[in-house]
Design a protein around this ligand. Structure first.
Ligand code: F6R
Length: 261
C-alpha cells in the first residue's frame, strides 16, 4: 500500500486525477471502476477539466460503477445513475454503451449480479478502481462482515451507512436498506486500486484500513493484500495514522525513477 498524505482533499484529488490520466494515456481503452459519494467529486471535476482544457480523451474508456440502491429509478435524485451523470458523465466523452452502473430495478437480482460480473470479465477486467471509504470501513457497499471473497450481490446497509448517506435524500425520503454492490473479491481483482478518504470522520476507518489487521470487520483492510493500492488522504483523514510522518517522507523522497506523476 502506498499512502499519500496531502494537506487538502483538493490537492489529493489532483494527484488522483493525474494517476487516472496517466492510466488512460498508457491504455486509451482503459476499464475504470468508479465510486460515488462526496469523496470523488473533486476528482471527477478535475478529470472533466482535463477533458475540456487538455483534450483528455475518454472515447475508448469503459466504466463500471461499484454500486446502486435497490428500488431507485435511474432518474431518482439520489440514485447513483443520476449522481454519475451530473458529476461526471455529462462532462466527458465516454460512449453511453460503455457505461455500466448496477440496475437498482433489476427484477432477478442474483442473475443480474452474475451478468454484471461477466460484463466486467468480458471487458478484460478493471484496470483502475476508484474507491471511497465508509466511516465504518466499507468499500463499495461491502459492509463490515462482508466476505473478503464476495462477488457482486445484494447487501443490506448498516444504520450507520444509512445515516451517513441520509444527506443525499431530501424531503424526508427513506434511505433504501438494500443495494447491489461489487464484492470485495471483485474489487481486489482490479489491476490498480485508488482509495480516497477525506475529513476527520474517516480518520478511524483509515487507520484501521491501513494499519490494522486484515479483517472482514474492516473491509478496506483487504487492500493490504493488493499489489498496487494507493491511498490518497488529506491531513484530517490521516490524523489517526501512527506512521504518518514515515509515509510523508517516503512520498517526498521518492527516487526520480520511481516518480510516476
Ligand atoms: C459509493 C461507495 C461508498 C462510498 C463511501 C464514502 O459508490 O462506493 O463506499 O465511497 O460510502 O462515501 P462518501 O464519499 O460520501 O463519504
Amino acid at each position: 500500500m502506498e499512502v499519500i498524505i496531502l494537506p487538502t482533499a483538493e490537492e489529493a484529488s489532483q494527484v488522483a486525477a493525474r494517476l487516472v490520466a496517466r492510466q488512460m494515456r498508457e491504455k486509451p481503452a482503459s476499464v475504470l471502476g468508479l465510486a460515488t459519494g462526496s469523496t470523488p467529486c473533486n476528482l471527477y471535476a478535475e478529470l472533466a477539466r482535463m477533458h475540456s482544457a487538455k483534450g483528455l480523451d475518454f472515447s475508448n474508456v469503459t466504466t463500471f460503477n461499484l454500486d446502486e440502491y435497490i428500488g431507485l429509478d435511474p432518474a431518482h435524485p439520489a440514485s447513483y445513475h443520476r449522481f454519475m451523470d451530473e458529476n461526471f458523465f455529462a462532462h466527458v466523452n465516454i460512449p453511453r454503451e460503455r457505461i455500466h452502473i448496477p440496475d437498482g430495478l433489476a427484477r432477478d437480482v442474483p442473475a443480474y449480479c452474475d451478468a454484471y460480473e461477466k460484463a466486467i470479465h468480458d471487458a478484460g477486467g478493471i484496470d483502475l478502481q476508484i474507491l471511497g471509504l465508509g466511516s465504518d470501513g466499507h468499500l463499495g457497499f461491502n459492509e463490515p462482515g462482508s466476505s473478503l471473497a464476495s462477488r457482486t450481490r445484494i447487501k443490506t446497509l448498516t444504520e450507520r451507512t444509512r445515516n451517513d448517506n441520509a444527506r443525499f435524500f431530501t424531503g424526508g425520503q427513506e434511505v433504501p436498506h438494500h443495494v447491489i454492490t461489487m464484492g470485495l473479491g471483485t474489487i481486489i481483482e482490479s489491476r490498480m486500486c485508488l482509495l480516497l478518504a477525506f475529513g476527520k470522520a474517516k480518520a478511524q476507518a483509515v487507520a484501521a484500513t491501513v494499519e490494522g489487521p486484515v479483517t472482514a470487520s474492516v473491509p478496506g483492510s483487504l487492500l493490504q493484500f493488493h499489489p498496487r493500492a494507493k491511498v490518497l488522504l488529506d491531513a484530517e483523514a490521516a490524523s489517526s495514522l501512527t506512521r504518518a510522518e514515515y509515509y510523508k517522507w517516503v512520498y517526498q523522497n521518492k527516487p526520480t525513477w520511481q516518480i510516476d506523476l
